[in-house]
Design a protein around this ligand. Structure first.
Ligand SMILES: Nc1nc2c(ncn2[C@@H]2O[C@H](COP(=O)(O)OP(=O)(O)OP(=O)(O)O)[C@@H](O)[C@H]2O)c(=O)[nH]1
Ligand SMILES: [Mg+2]
Length: 293
């Protein structure tokens, strides 16, 4: 059974070598995708014994995951574990995360990070919970932690999962695709550390959350256009018509013509029509794509 660990890394020169050395005893191969780092990540990873895939410029976590999934497919890996290069996860927990895949109980194991004991800052907990809710909405399955990078994938999952996001939305997109394809998904509690002695975040929380939200909105719009665009569109159109009728009745009774209410009625109706139109177009596009696949 070929077991590999894959690490997406961007400017992780401080802890990458330590992470690689600690994960090596648990697997056959360690692969790092150095995504255009401006520091010594590539050299440090190479010296610590990892195979390094280097992107000449920074393309984003999703692009790095794509290179890592492609590599795992090329070498016919049976199990791929992904772990962050910033030392926030404990390599010693790899066995625990791989176990359900080895035993054939799961195709995807998600390391979930929270309970009350973790020292994740509260604003990060809030942001993560929000993204969990959105991802669960898009995948129609409830998950405790949709943003963690510590995961294990079976060969079936490596072959089946497809994604296109190049940024941080990738963790959500992988989960939505895995759910859609009916892969067996399990969750395992993992430890997360915030006092690693180095930086633990690549991007600011606002940029990070915006990247994920953009991906999720795209997924929701493509997968459920009628539900999330069409229905709100119809509601807006009805609201616009009701306000319009109210303006006309008022005019009939009092000869007072309310310009503000007329503007509200027109803009709400227009917005509703736009959403309805978009939902129909997206619905037919996604239908024709799924027929082609
Ligand atoms: N290859 C690549 N890896 C990235 C990029 N951005 C982040 N990563 C890596 O992805 C992992 C997780 O990134 P973080 O920024 O720590 O994100 P996080 O751990 O989900 O979130 P917090 O630590 O809570 O901020 C780390 O190993 C990063 O080096 C990128 O643009 N390209
Ligand atoms: Mg981190």
């Amino acid at each position: 059974m070929l077991k590999i660990v894959c690490i997406p890394a961007y400017n992780e020169q401080n802890l990458i070598a330590d992470v690689i050395r600690r994960v090596r005893p648990f697997v056959d191969k360690v692969v790092v995708c150095d995504d255009g780092s401006k520091d010594e990540t590539e050299q440090k990873a190479h010296d610590a014994g990892a195979h390094v895939i280097r992107h000449q410029k920074n393309l984003g976590k999703g692009a790095a995951m794509k290179s890592l999934f492609d590599y795992a497919k090329d070498i016919d890996a049976d199990i791929m574990v992904t772990i962050d290069g910033d030392g926030q996860f404990l390599p010693e927990e790899i066995s625990k995360i791989m176990e359900p895949v080895i035993k054939g109980k799961a195709d995807v194991v998600l390391g979930y990070r929270f309970d009350d004991a973790t020292d994740m800052p509260s604003y990060r907990k809030f942001g993560n919970k929000f993204l969990d809710k959105m991802t669960s909405l898009a995948s129609e399955l409830p998950y405790r932690d949709t943003q963690g990078g510590f995961r294990a994938y079976s060969r079936k999952a490596i072959d089946a999962i497809q994604f296109s996001t190049s940024g941080f939305g990738v963790d959500s997109e992988i989960l939505v695709d895995a759910s859609k394809k009916g892969l067996k998904i399990m969750e395992e509690k993992v430890t997360v550390i915030y006092n690693t002695g180095g930086k633990t975040s690549t991007k600011t929380p606002v940029v990070h959350v915006s990247e994920v939200v953009r991906t999720l909105l795209e997924i929701i719009a493509i997968h459920h256009p009628l539900k999330y665009l069409g229905i709100p569109g119809v509601i807006l159109i009805i609201t616009g018509i009701v306000v319009g009728i109210f303006v006309l009745i008022t005019f009939n009774e009092t000869r007072y013509f309310s310009i503000p209410f007329t503007l509200v009625a027109i803009s709400v109706t227009m917005l509703g029509l736009l959403l309805l139109l978009m939902s129909v177009v997206l619905f037919s596009i996604s239908k024709s794509i799924s027929q082609k696949l």
